[in-house]
Design a protein. Sequence first.
Length: 152
Amino acid sequence: MKRNRGNRNKGAAHNRFRHGMSRTGTYSTWSCMKSRCLNPNNSDFAHWGGRGITVCDQWLVFENFLRDMGEKPAGKTLERLDVNKGYSPENCVWADRTTQSRNRTYNKLTLSKAADIRAKRLKGADYRSLASEFGVSEYQIGRVIRGEAWAI
């Protein structure tokens, strides 16, 4: 005998597809952002939610995120301007991977430090002393000096 389940799942299905964007890069970015920050079972939780990175209340709803950020441009990722603050309209932009890679908590160099490295090299500092002073490898110093990394 079949059980009559009524309209129990009708609302869930409606909510799940109401924006029509569940298979887009924008939706995927939003979903991953929430998972990293809110789901302790996410393998990346320790680096986001576990260290206090939050998602503002309004962005818990996809349509609000979409309204504030617009659709994800090709080749861009969601970037927090201040890596120690949460996801919110004031702290997020769409950025290319190069820009985003410069804004990571484990980066030791900034554009300002890269400029200092170049200036000190022009004054005669060797790679070894620069690497020691700035806490990076001699290889990385060479990349900065050649303009392959942290180019201005």
